[in-house]
Design a binder for this molecule. Sequence first.
Ligand SMILES: C[S@@+](CC[C@H](N)C(=O)[O-])C[C@H]1O[C@@H](n2cnc3c(N)ncnc32)[C@H](O)[C@@H]1O
Length: 195
Amino acid sequence: MLGSELELRLLNYRDTSPLTGGQVDDEPYGGGAGMVLRVDVVAAALDAVYGEAPSHRVVALTPQGRQLDQELVEELAEEEALTLLSARFEGFDERIVEQLATDAVSIGPYVLSGGELPAMVLVDAITRRLPGALGSEASGLEETFSAELDGGFEYPHYTRPAEFRGWEVPEVLLSGNHARIADWRREQSRARTPS
Ligand SMILES: C[S@@+](CC[C@H](N)C(=O)[O-])C[C@H]1O[C@@H](n2cnc3c(N)ncnc32)[C@H](O)[C@@H]1O
């Protein structure tokens, strides 16, 4: 676990760059547009923070990585610590992904301008799986993609008023019959989950 209290540290490659003027990227070998994040810069940042190669997982955020899903979130939420690496422009020197990172993760099959939003998505998804993150421990157990719902979609929710513009809440939810409600929810979850 990341601990009962989450500790987040935000680091800027420029602060530990061994290059003059806080340079972090360079032109691609072989030519082409855009700038590439340098491997020596990322190595210096990791050395400055951890002293040596981190003993925990180092995740490079890239659209070419393993696509993030709830299973991967649960897996990463078990880790004591994580380092997330973001890039911009053309992305990482490939040696960062191959040598410095242990994982490459994509948040979806589309290209964003930088790794900041993917990092925030990952942090949010992981944080809510940590003990004590949600108000009630039960909340977050039965939800979309959870094992409790066989990886399917969650059932629909309703709240007051019971009737609005003629749109009524399903009668079973007002019945007070917990067994019937549980059956109905399972059925709804199965029905709305794509096969
Ligand atoms: C413009 S993208 C680089 C795209 C790269 N040239 C390519 O074609 O695969 C810049 C950076 O944004 C981040 N990024 C963009 N889309 C992402 C995604 N879907 N998942 C994770 N990170 C992403 C990565 O850190 C990436 O290196």
